[in-house]
Write a protein that binds this ligand. Structure first.
Ligand code: ADP
Ligand code: MG
Length: 323
């Protein structure tokens, strides 16, 4: 057991993540001193995770450590920014070394993978919660925003949305999946989401608008549409659902998960017709996984085309699918 808060910080957080030459002063002083390169803009995001609100009580420490950084990496991905530096404000009920070790190891692995150095933070005692602030870089004017979409632009989503919501339902015993392999895949998609940083960076100059899916694809598409001043039409049959999810709940319910489930941390973005060839070239070179699911249209709101007809999606998207 570390003797003090300072020993604890030294042991777990003083060298977490990547080593970067642009950190002149990191953990250990009153503030960090960073050296952003010229001709780059700084993109800053922050997100908190609170036990029992954002993750179930008793979640594995590794999952909590991973998610605390993954949700922020996902925001940077949606902005097309390259992750660089992180701050961690951590509130702990006690200095549980086993928990801290699992938390810091997973956080460190993810940060190293994305070239992020932890450069400071704060550690306090209280109910378990954490706030990560991430700073990323993008060439001047190149960051992606939600508001650049135009009618006619194609709508894409990465990965297979809906898995994470099913994984959370499994964790909370609200869903039963008989195939252990599928159950494992879905759980891991909730516990260890993959932020799409490489895709976000590759979308600079290609995407007209981008958002990450945290509240559910339908709801987040509504936000992109509102910011872009247009509407969207989605083909339900085109929604990319994983075999694990389709096998577990059936294809129709899987699409419902894909449209309304949250915490996917996939990227939802639009590409103008004129950029589709360049986009397909990028896909041929390995960009992805991503799927076209619809088109931006004049007007407002999100309409979903299904075999049963056309539905207007709304914030209370679940109602439209209630059986
Ligand atoms: P001060 O009282 O000067 O703010 P602190 O004791 O809060 O100092 O922090 C000491 C150093 O440790 C600072 O550099 C701070 O950024 C860093 N630090 C504290 N907690 C964390 C943490 N959870 N993760 C990363 N760095 C931390
Ligand atoms: Mg402090």
């Amino acid at each position: 057991m570390p003797q003090s808060e300072f020993e604890l910080i030294g042991k777990y957080f003083s060298r977490l993540g990547a080593e970067r030459g642009d950190v002149r002063v990191g953990v250990g002083d009153d503030g960090a001193v960073l050296m952003p390169p010229p001709a780059r803009e700084l993109v800053v995001v922050t997100d908190s995770l609170v036990e029992d609100v954002h993750f179930p009580k008793g979640s594995p420490a590794a999952s909590v450590g991973h998610r605390a950084f993954a949700v922020n990496l996902s925001d940077l991905a949606a902005m097309g920014a390259e992750p660089a530096w992180a701050l961690l404000a951590l509130t702990l009920p006690q200095a549980d070394e086993t928990w801290l070790d699992g938390f810091a190891r997973a956080a460190g692995d993810l940060c190293r993978k994305h070239g992020v150095a932890l450069v400071g933070g704060d550690t306090t005692r209280g109910p378990l919660s954490m706030t990560v602030t991430l700073m990323g870089l993008a060439p001047v004017g190149a960051a992606l925003e939600r508001g650049g979409g135009q009618p006619g632009d194609a709508i894409f989503v990465t990965g297979s949305p809906g898995d994470s919501a099913a994984g959370l339902a499994l964790e909370q015993n609200r869903l039963h999946v008989s195939d252990p392999m599928s159950a494992r895949i879905l759980r891991d998609r909730f516990l260890f989401p993959t932020p799409r940083c490489e895709v976000g960076i590759a979308l600079r100059g290609l995407a007209s608008a981008c958002i990450d899916v945290s509240d559910g694809l339908g709801g987040d598409l509504e936000k992109l549409c509102a910011a872009s001043g247009c509407g969207a039409e989605i083909d339900a049959a085109a929604l990319p659902v994983s075999e694990a999810l389709a096998g577990a709940v059936g294809r129709e319910l899987a699409r419902e998960y894909a449209l309304t489930g949250g915490e996917d941390f996939e990227l939802l973005f639009t590409v103008p017709q004129a950029k589709l060839t360049a986009m397909n070239d990028a896909v041929a070179l390995g960009l992805g996984p991503l799927t076209r699911i619809g088109t931006l249209v004049p007007g407002k709101g999100v309409r979903v085309f299904t075999r049963a007809g056309v539905m207007q999606f709304s914030g209370a998207g679940f109602d439209h699918f209630a059986r």
